[in-house]
Design a protein around this ligand. Structure first.
Ligand SMILES: *Cc1c(COP(=O)(O)O)cnc(C)c1O
Length: 380
C-alpha cells in the first residue's frame, strides 16, 4: 500500500485573483447577469475569434438551446434525426431528446470521435444535423464531417466541452465558419474551470439574439429600453418565448475570467504531460495510445489509452494510489439509448478498453513517470 494519491482531475484556481474579481462584483452589488458575464463573453470572442458568444450556467443547457433554436429556426419536426456519438457524456445526447428529436448513433474512429464513413451510412431522409464531440480536446475528423454536412444540407453542432483552447496547428479554431453552433463547458473539472457554466457560440447573428432571450425565460428587454427609454420602463419588457433560466452569473464569470487568462499556458503544460506519457508508452505493446489528429493542437482535456484488461488495471492502479477515469461508457449501453445497442462496435470496444490517465497541472514529471510505470506493470 501507499499513501500516494494521484487523481484524474484536480482543477487549479488562482485564488487571490478569483477573489479580487469576485470582490468587485460584491462591492458593486452586481452578481447576476451582465457586468462580468458580458466581459467574459467579450474575452471569449477575442480568445476564439468567434463572432458571437453567450454565457450560460452550463454546457448542458447550451446543447439543449442549440438543438432547440436550430430546430425552431429550420422547421425541423418532432422525430427528425440528429446523428451523434455514443462516446460522450450524456448531456450531448439528452439535448436531442429534450427537443423531441431522435439520436441516431454513428460509430467512432481511432480518435474515438465520429467516423465520417459511419456518419455517411446513417444519413436518412430525416437527418437534420450532426453532433460532433471533440473527445478529450481532439479534433478527430471534424473537417471531413463538416464537408459531409455541407454536401447533405445538414447542420453541424460542435460539443466542444473538452475543447477550450484546442486549435489546429495552423492556429485556426476548430469549428469556426463550419459549425452552426459551438458549445464550451467551464464545468469544475474542464480545462477552463469555474463552478458550473458554459458558452454558446452561434455562427448566425439572429440565433445569438434568440439565445439571449431564451436563456432568460424568453424576455426581450430591448423593446421598451429602446423605444420608451429611461429606467422607469424597465418592467415593460416583452416575453417572446417560453424560455428557461439558463444564463450565467457574474460570480461564475469572475472565476472564468481568471481561468481564461491561464488557459493557454495550462493547456501547454497538459500537452507536455501527454508527451511524457507518449514517450513512456513508446515500447509498450500492452498499452495503445489513443492518437491526436495530426493537424490538432489539443487542449488535452484527456490522455486516453486502450488496454486489454481495463477493469483489472483500474483496480490495480487504485491499489497503488493512482485514480484514472473512463471516458466514456458507450451511451447505447444505457437504458435511455438501448434502442441503438449493438450498432456501434468500435464504440463498444473503446468503452470496454479505454482508460483516462491522470492529467492536470499539479502533476510533476515524477508523478507522471510513476503513473506510467504502474500502468506498464499491470497492463496486459
Ligand atoms: C462536461 C460535458 C458536457 C456538459 O458540460 P456541463 O458544463 O457540465 O453542463 C457536455 N458534453 C461533454 C462531452 C462533456 O464532457
Amino acid at each position: 500500500m501507499t499513501d500516494k494519491k494521484i487523481q484524474l482531475f484536480v482543477p487549479t484556481f488562482r485564488v487571490e485573483e478569483c477573489l479580487s474579481e469576485i470582490r468587485e462584483c460584491l462591492e458593486k452589488g452586481w452578481t447576476g447577469l451582465g457586468f462580468k458575464t458580458l466581459e467574459l463573453e467579450e474575452k471569449w470572442k477575442e480568445f476564439t475569434g468567434l463572432p458571437y458568444a453567450h454565457y450560460l450556467n452550463s454546457a448542458t443547457v447550451g446543447l439543449d438551446l442549440a438543438v432547440n433554436i436550430l430546430k425552431e429556426q429550420n422547421g425541423w419536426l418532432d422525430g427528425d434525426e440528429i446523428i451523434s456519438t455514443p462516446m460522450t457524456f450524456v448531456s450531448t445526447n439528452h439535448a436531442v431528446l429534450y427537443n423531441n428529436m431522435k439520436v441516431v448513433f454513428a460509430d467512432v474512429d481511432e480518435y474515438l470521435c465520429l467516423s465520417p464513413q459511419s456518419v455517411k451510412e446513417r444519413i436518412s431522409e430525416k437527418t437534420r444535423a450532426v453532433m460532433f464531440v471533440g473527445l478529450g480536446g481532439n479534433t478527430g475528423r471534424l473537417a471531413e464531417i463538416a464537408s459531409i454536412c455541407k454536401e447533405n444540407g445538414l447542420k453541424l453542432i460542435l460539443d466542444a466541452a473538452h475543447m477550450a483552447g484546442t486549435r489546429y496547428k495552423d492556429g485556426s479554431l476548430p469549428g469556426k465558419d463550419v459549425a452552426d453552433v459551438i458549445i464550451y463547458s467551464y464545468q469544475a473539472v474542464k480545462n477552463c474551470p469555474t463552478g458550473d457554466s458554459g458558452m454558446i457560440c452561434f455562427k448566425d447573428a439572429e440565433h445569438d439574439e434568440i439565445v439571449r432571450k431564451k436563456s432568460w425565460l424568453g424576455i426581450n428587454k430591448d423593446t421598451f429600453a429602446r423605444s420608451a427609454g429611461g429606467g422607469a420602463y424597465k418592467w415593460k419588457y416583452d416575453v417572446e418565448y417560453l424560455g428557461h433560466k439558463d444564463h450565467g452569473n457574474s460570480i461564475m464569470a469572475s472565476i472564468g475570467l481568471v481561468s481564461l487568462k491561464y488557459l493557454d499556458a495550462d493547456n501547454a503544460y497538459r500537452r507536455t504531460i501527454a508527451g511524457w506519457y507518449d514517450v513512456a508508452f513508446q515500447d509498450c505493446p500492452n498499452v495503445r495510445i489513443v492518437p491526436v489528429a495530426p493537424d490538432c493542437e489539443s487542449s488535452r482535456h484527456l490522455y486516453q489509452i486502450l488496454v486489454n484488461n481495463r477493469d483489472e488495471l483500474l483496480l490495480a492502479l487504485n491499489d497503488v494510489g493512482v485514480f484514472p477515469g473512463v471516458h466514456y461508457r458507450d451511451n447505447t449501453e444505457y437504458k435511455m439509448y438501448a434502442y441503438a445497442k449493438g450498432t456501434c462496435p468500435c464504440s463498444l470496444y473503446a468503452s470496454e478498453h479505454t482508460l483516462s490517465l491522470p492529467l492536470h497541472i499539479h502533476l510533476t514529471h515524477d508523478d507522471v513517470m510513476y503513473v506510467a510505470e504502474m500502468v506498464k506493470k499491470y497492463a496486459k
